[in-house]
Ligand binder design. Structure first.
Ligand code: ADP
Length: 261
């Protein structure tokens, strides 16, 4: 919140003046135009905007999957532009958990095996136990050995969220996490994000859906590559209200603030 003392260390994301341009033939698209945003640890933030506004470009940069043409990005204090490819990949694996619209789970592997994967890369000693606990924490303790084709969309997204959390990342970045789900399953996923956020996890959700954004405390709205509004929603949706809000009946207020969350 902007009314709290400002400790730079509290900001897990500090991005200043991000620029990204694409040239196609003679024309140039400014996918990001001087975007600055700072996100505190423990925040739950939505990045919203219509199709083509620059959301994916911003998410890819914040997720260290792409680099800006100009600007500075500090992820949990590390200036990512100064990191070599290997070190950047290591930081990305450790500090960011990704959740995608299409779940991106490996077929023919069980839920448990999918969640274990990020731990195997780091030769974690007790991967199976940690993965099992993560699945239990998303309500899938009774689906550990089901393969992806034996799970519903909502369950697949829970597996993906467990996989994102299993390395205990500084932030979870979710790209349209309810986009392939019906409103009931989508509401349950938003409730799950709320409970993870209540445990102190920093969550950033990219969405074109205003009803998803209203579940988040903060919202950054972008249009034509620029931040056009920053909004604080109140109150945070209660357990049980998630589905109603996804259906457009959310009880929220908004006010415009600076781009610090
Ligand atoms: P959103 O995620 O909000 O739909 P994007 O970040 O994907 O928006 O795109 C922002 C703008 O940048 C759009 O005009 C898009 O056409 C353009 N763009 C994105 N990626 C590329 C690319 N690889 N090459 C050329 N233009 C791109």
């Amino acid at each position: 919140m902007t009314d709290q003392p400002d400790h730079a260390d509290d900001h897990v994301i500090q991005a200043y003046g991000l620029e990204k341009r694409y040239s196609i033939g003679d024309s140039e698209v400014r996918a990001l135009d001087a975007v600055s945003v700072q996100v505190r640890r423990g925040e739950m933030l939505a990045i919203t905007g219509p199709s083509g506004s620059g959301k994916s470009t911003l998410m890819n940069i914040l997720g260290c999957l792409d680099s800006p043409d100009a600007g500075t990005y500090l992820l949990d204090g590390d200036d990512v532009a100064k990191l070599s490819g290997d070190r950047l990949a290591a930081i990305r694996n450790r500090k960011i958990g990704f959740v995608f619209q299409n779940f991106n789970l490996l077929p023919r592997l069980s839920a448990l095996e999918n969640v274990e994967l990020p731990l195997l890369y780091s030769a974690h000693r007790d991967a199976k136990t940690v993965a099992r606990k993560a699945l239990e924490s998303v309500g899938l303790g009774n689906r550990l050995h089901h393969e992806t084709n034996q799970l519903s969309g909502g369950q697949l997204q829970r597996v993906a969220i467990a996989r994102a959390m299993v390395t205990n990342p500084a932030i979870i970045l979710a790209d349209e996490p309810t986009g392939n789900l019906d409103s009931h399953a989508g509401g349950e996923i938003m409730e799950l994000f709320h409970s993870l956020n209540a445990q102190g996890r920093t969550i950033i959700i990219v969405t074109h859906d205003p009803s998803v954004a209203r579940h988040c405390r903060g919202e950054v709205r972008i249009s034509d590559g620029k931040i056009v509004a920053t909004v604080r929603h109140n109150p945070v949706a209660r357990a049980g209200a998630a589905e109603a809000s996804l259906n457009g009946h959310g009880d929220v207020e908004a006010e415009v603030l600076g781009s610090r969350f």
